[in-house]
Design a protein around this ligand. Structure first.
Ligand code: ATP
Length: 553
């Protein structure tokens, strides 16, 4: 995807934008007509001529009508362009959001959440404003410049030439000043993203901050970043503030020349007073779009920075089912790892030539030191990442070739980090199966040993859990996440440290669940818990990236 391809975002708004441009063009035509009317008005007054056979009152009325029409057109075109801008922003941020959802887990591991949030808010905003508002102004602005020069040339060619000479001077000046904008505006956006990242991390770990009395340090971190943004903004504002007077200066010098040359022509009797007034009016008409060109250049620099970051995201290939050859049919839950090796970074292998078979309907426990690669192994099964070599088969089907949706439907994951969504318990249990009936949800909760505590709550299954389940205890969250996995009724269940926080009763319930209700399922448990080793059919140990079978404890 390239910078130009981002213009495709405008294709859904072609009609609205064309209308806005037509309105702007109409406004420009009126802007060009008004000086003409002023000239005619002056002629009527000074030469006591009847221009177009109109009286002075009629000319005045026509002039006022044009001014009103111009205001109306400006309102309509500004409103329409702003609406399109809001729509493009909406469209772009939704597309970015959709794309980010589809990116592989590795993308999220290597980025701060705040950076991604900043893309959807700041960068999308800068780019949509540029695409809709700034670019649409280009055609009418160019029309005004050319029209003003043309009208001036009709009156006096040498004066029109003076104006033409200012254009390249103006363009060179803008380019020199504008060039400095891009690196600074990129730094501003980067630090703004940093501020969002710091705040997101801080608000998400408030308990940690308080427990370790880090409020002061955290505030300092935020303030330092904010001060950097302020310094950069000050530099940017200085440059932006410089642009406007610079343009004014160049144009004013041009106008001084116009006045001088016009006066000389007037003295020589080659120019009348009305012509002089008309010329000066066109000089002003010419100045306005030139200022917007300067703004456009500055916006372009900022938009290029934002577009680079946005394109960097769009250019990351999403996890996709496009190349999937089939939908996984998982009836037995028979899993084979054949010579599987995996590394997050090529120099540091995490798993080396893993060869293992998890029998259908068996309960398997994987143990190993912290960082041994246990979670990585089950994440490979979920295809959160792909092995560097080797194959993983489920019921004799290579999971690398099946659709991700069918794979993940076949596996229930109760993860180490229990993530709950802001909503009620019912919604959270039904997360993977939104169409589930309330009876099915209650049944899954009963199986997970969650129904007792849920029924004890005042609002039962309709109790709000808060963001990430903060209104519930750790054990309650675990049971809800277990119920969520059980509801989709997968043939394979993966538990990553599921019982590490559970109390004795909880562990007992869990082992009972494994031995009875889940005895037909293929279960892989990553744990350090000896009690769970006791219920396992097989225990595996990962050591230095190698998976070995351990004798039953
Ligand atoms: N996203 C990642 N990017 C880079 N390295 C990672 C990533 N996730 C884990 N690792 C590294 O891979 C190794 C294996 O991690 P893994 O989480 O699989 O271990 P584990 O056996 O589950 O550990 P624990 O028992 O502590 O949960 C560790 O050295 C870890 O630092």
């Amino acid at each position: 995807m390239s910078f130009l391809s981002l213009f495709n975002l405008l294709r859904y708004h072609k009609t609205a934008l064309s209308l806005a441009v037509i309105l702007m063009i109409a406004e420009s035509v009126i802007s060009l007509a008004i000086p003409y009317f002023i000239g005619q008005f002056s002629t009527s007054i000074l030469d006591e001529q009847n221009v177009f056979g109109w009286s002075i009152t009629q000319i005045c009325l026509a002039w006022i009508v044009l001014i009103i029409l111009q205001a109306g057109l400006r309102f309509e075109s500004t409103f329409r362009t702003n609406i399109v801008g809001a729509e493009v922003l909406n469209d772009l941020s939704c597309r970015l959001y959709d794309h980010v959802q589809m990116l592989p887990m590795a993308y999220f591991s290597n980025r701060k959440k705040g950076e991604i949030l900043s893309l959807i808010s700041n960068d999308a905003n800068v780019l949509s404003y540029f695409l809709s508002g700034v670019l649409t102004g280009l055609v009418p602005a160019a029309l005004l410049v050319l029209g003003a020069i043309f009208m001036m040339a009709q009156i006096n060619l040498s004066i029109a030439l003076i104006i033409i000479v200012t254009v390249p001077v103006f363009l060179v000046a803008i380019k020199i000043v504008g060039r400095t904008i891009r690196p600074i505006s990129e730094q501003v956006i980067k630090h703004q993203a940093g501020a969002i990242a710091i705040a997101t991390e801080n608000f998400g770990s408030m308990q940690l901050v308080k427990a370790f009395n880090r409020q002061g340090i955290e505030s300092k971190k935020f303030r330092q970043n904010a001060n950097q943004v302020l310094n950069l903004r000050a530099r940017l504002l200085r440059i932006q503030a410089l642009i406007s007077p610079l343009i004014q200066m160049i144009i004013s010098i041009g106008i001084v020349f116009i006045v001088v040359v016009s006066a000389l022509h007037y003295q020589a009797g080659e120019l009348s007073i009305p012509d002089l007034i008309t010329l000066l009016m066109y000089g002003l008409v010419f100045a306005k779009p030139m200022s917007s060109f300067a703004g456009l250049y500055s916006q372009l620099q900022q938009a290029r920075g934002s577009s680079t970051r946005i394109l960097d995201v769009f250019n990351v290939s999403p996890e996709s089912d496009d190349k999937a050859r089939f939908d996984l049919k998982c009836q037995q839950g028979f899993i084979q790892f054949n010579d599987v090796s995996f590394a997050y970074k090529s120099a540091e292998p995490v798993l080396s030539n893993v060869n293992v078979t998890f029998e259908s309907g068996s309960t398997n426990v994987i143990i190993g030191q912290n960082g041994a690669g246990k979670t990585s192994l089950i994440h490979l099964l979920m295809r959160f990442m792909e092995p560097n070599s080797g194959t993983i088969l489920i019921d004799e089907q290579n999971i690398a070739d099946c659709s991700l949706v069918s794979l993940r439907k076949s596996i229930g994951l109760v993860s180490q980090d229990i993530a709950l969504c802001d909503g009620n318990i019912l919604d959270n249990i039904a997360y993977g199966l939104p169409q589930a009936s309330e009876a099915e949800i209650v049944e899954a909760a009963q199986l997970a040993g969650a129904d007792n505590f849920i029924s004890g709550l005042k609002e039962g299954y309709y109790t709000q859990v808060g963001e990430n389940g903060v209104l519930l205890s750790g054990g309650q969250r675990q049971r809800i996440s277990l119920a969520r996995a059980l509801l989709i009724n997968p043939q394979i269940l993966l538990f990553d440290e599921r019982t590490s926080f559970a109390d004795v009763a909880g562990k007992h319930e869990f082992t009972h669940l494994l031995a009875h209700s889940l005895k037909e399922k293929t279960i892989i448990i990553v744990t350090h818990d000896q009690q769970l080793c006791d219920v396992a059919d097989k225990i595996y140990k990962i050591e230095s990236g190698v998976l070995g079978t351990r004798a039953h404890a």
